[in-house]
Each structure stands twice: as C-alpha cells, then as structure tokens.
Design a protein around this ligand. Sequence first.
Ligand code: MG
Ligand code: MG
Length: 307
Amino acid sequence: MTLKTCILIGAPVDSGKRRRGCLMGPDAYRTANLAETLTDLGHKVEDRGNLAPAPHNGDQPDHPVHAVNETIAWTKALSDAAEAAMSEGFPIFMGGDHSLSAGTVRGVANHAARENRPQFVLWLDAHSDFHTMESSDSGNLHGTPVAYFAGRDGFDGFPSVTNPVPEDHICIIGLRSVDDAERAALQDSHIHRHDMREIDEHGIAKPLQAFLDRVAAAGGMLHVSLDVDFLDPDVAPAVGTTVPGGATVREAHLVMEMLHDSNLMTSMDLVELNPFLDTRGRTAKLMVDLAASGLGRRIFDRVTRSY
Ligand code: MG
Ligand code: MG
C-alpha cells in the first residue's frame, strides 16, 4: 500500500445555504478520530487546523444569493490552500458545506495544470450541484460548485476559473434529486452521471470502474468530493438535505475501497456534515470509516481485485 502524507484542512464553511451547522464539521471529524484512524493505517498525518475566509465586505441579508461575498472569500482561501497542499501531500478537506468545493477543485486543478496532468473529479452526491447563480431558485451556493469549476458562466465576483475541469472528466454518482433547470443543463453537458436507479439495476462498481479506467488511461489526477447525502439518511442523518434512497454503507465502502485500489485519488473533500443533526456522532464516524477505506483500510489483503 502506498503511504501518504495526509494533510487535514478544516473548512468550516457554512455560507453555502441558510441552515446552519456545517461550521462544526471539522471538529466532529477530529472528535471521531479522523487523524488517529489514518495514522493507524500507516500514513503520516498533519492537521493544519481550520482555514478562515479571505477578508470581505459582508453580505446584504436581502441579496437573492445567500452570503455570496462570504462564499467568494472562502473560495479564494480554499483555492490557495488546496493548490499549495497538493505539492506537499494528500489534502483532505474537512467541511463545511459543499460550496467549499468551488475553492478546493479550483486549487487542485491549478496544481494539475502546472504538473501538466489532466484533472478529474468524482462527485458522490444525491444532487448534481450544477446550478449557476442565475439558475438557482434557492440562492444557495452549495448547489453550484460543479458548474463553477467546469467553467460555466454566471459566477460574477468569484475568482475566474483558470483551469476548468472538462465536463467529460467529471463523474457524478448517487443522483436522486435533480431539478428541472439542472436536468436540462446536465443533459446538455458531457458530465458522466449515474442515478440511484442505475445503481439499483447494475451495481455501483461498474460505472465507477469505467470512470477510473478513463482517469488511469489519461494519467489523470482525481479529486473525490463526498457529500454526506450520497448516503441513505437512515445511516447518515447528519445533513440538511436528506433524500431517501441513497447509497448503503456497503455501496459507499465499495466505492472507497475501489478508489484505494486504483491508486488514482489525489485529494478529497468530506462535505455537508451537520453535527447539529447527528445522532451520537454516527454520521461523523461513518464518514471517518469511509475515508479510512479510501486510504487503505481493508478486511483482508486481496491478491486480485474482487470486482
Ligand atoms: Mg452536494
Ligand atoms: Mg447533496
């Protein structure tokens, strides 16, 4: 197993939606022993504490987009931190709501461009987060990062996306809540997307392996963004956007185990954990267990792949 230097970066971003609580996410991961768990697997782990947004002028409460200036300030801080951390190890961003991925993916994509390697993104989520500021009815920016880092228009005031992730380098798995505007935009795009019905019918390994094969063939770097609502709310209740019918514990572990076996993953976000909604820390613990599977925890060593 390849041992890594895991760089834990707390991103207590709570500006991407109105319901508060994700700012407690980083400390919930610490309390659930994320660093100790990865250390036990043999990795070197550095917890760099929490980031803060860049200075900004504050937000108008009646602005149609919620806390837009704060989210822009977070995007700048996270992008710089992500780009810097990529040359030092394997960054794990402890969120924070999903708007943080506007910054993390912008940053890792800048790093990949400097290394002359293509950037890929695996988005594990009930939602496609493919809105722009114009198409979003809710005005919640946690529903927009994919459109942002794919280089779509409609993000005035945000740092420009110097190295957009090409649409066909993005794969979304777990979809089960997509509104009309997003559906139209997705159908018009080259984003690879797999909804829960497809997973029910054919399993989760097949679309994931097909995507990983493409990443490997291209010599790509792979950012994985894990939204708590990818999981079924029965096993992961600590999220403000629960949608029934999500991935099971085993489906989620299989994804992470295959990611580890592929040796392709180069950075990761753990997002949307709202500890205020959790039941005795079970969601935080499950997310830590999933991160551990992604970084090499296994029941038995396998000589050959099991899928
Ligand atoms: Mg999301
Ligand atoms: Mg979601």
